[in-house]
Ligand binder design. Structure first.
Ligand SMILES: O=C(CO)[C@@H](O)[C@H](O)[C@H](O)[C@H](O)COP(=O)(O)O
Ligand SMILES: [Zn+2]
Length: 196
């Protein structure tokens, strides 16, 4: 296969994945937007975690909420648990890497908050531990996953929401996650500001 073929095939695969995500995930995305909106209107916050590209997604999502998305509005409380290198390295060094998010969830999380857990495999130990900590602290979970949902899917309760990208390749899953993040920001803004 030529390099040009690979480029075209990647775009084609992305379009196909996004189209099937639109069909499969639209109801779940609407539920997730309602859950997050209710969280903010109740005076609660989002804690967001993930590794690698999903850490970048966590920060991207938090910045669009704390700062703004496409419209002027008051900032919305969201914290990416991926950014404080002193906290992350000390927890990993003194305890274990799988505790880097869980410890922050136990300290920062309060009943009524939501943990947004992002993992393409659904098998990252530190994300799974964060979900267990969220359960202890009475936080709901909005999970972004892919493939078969991994071990993460088995940890969720009826109160939680799983947005599972219909793809197997990590890159395609991450691309769906990013579109979902932007759609959630748009839905939240529209409902908060009364835009149709
Ligand atoms: O962005 C990518 C691959 O596209 C990588 O950085 C990827 O996020 C990392 O390998 C993560 O550690 C994968 O974790 P997860 O999505 O399986 O939880
Ligand atoms: Zn990536």
């Amino acid at each position: 296969m030529s390099l040009q073929d690979i480029i075209r095939r990647t775009f084609a695969e992305t379009v196909e994945t996004q189209q099937s995500a639109a069909l499969i995930l639209s109801d779940t995305i609407e539920q997730a937007a309602a859950c997050i909106l209710e969280t903010f209107l109740g005076g609660h916050k989002l804690l967001i975690c993930g590794n690698g590209g999903s850490a970048a997604d966590a920060q991207h999502f938090a910045s669009e909420l704390v700062n703004r998305f496409e419209h002027e509005r008051p900032g919305l409380p969201a914290v990416a648990l991926t950014t404080d290198t002193s906290t992350l390295t000390s927890i990993a060094n003194d305890y274990a890497y799988d505790q880097v998010f869980a410890r922050q969830v136990r300290v920062l999380g309060q009943s009524g908050d939501v943990l947004v857990a992002i993992s393409t495999s659904g098998n990252s130990a530190n994300v799974l531990e964060a979900i267990k900590a969220a359960r202890e602290r009475d936080l709901r979970v909005v999970a972004f996953t892919g493939r078969d949902g991994g071990a993460l899917a088995g940890l969720l309760s009826d109160r939680d929401i799983e947005i599972r990208a219909p793809a197997d390749r990590t890159a395609r899953i991450q691309e769906v996650h990013l579109v979902v993040i932007h759609v959630l920001c748009d839905l939240i803004d529209r409902q908060l500001l009364g835009i149709r």
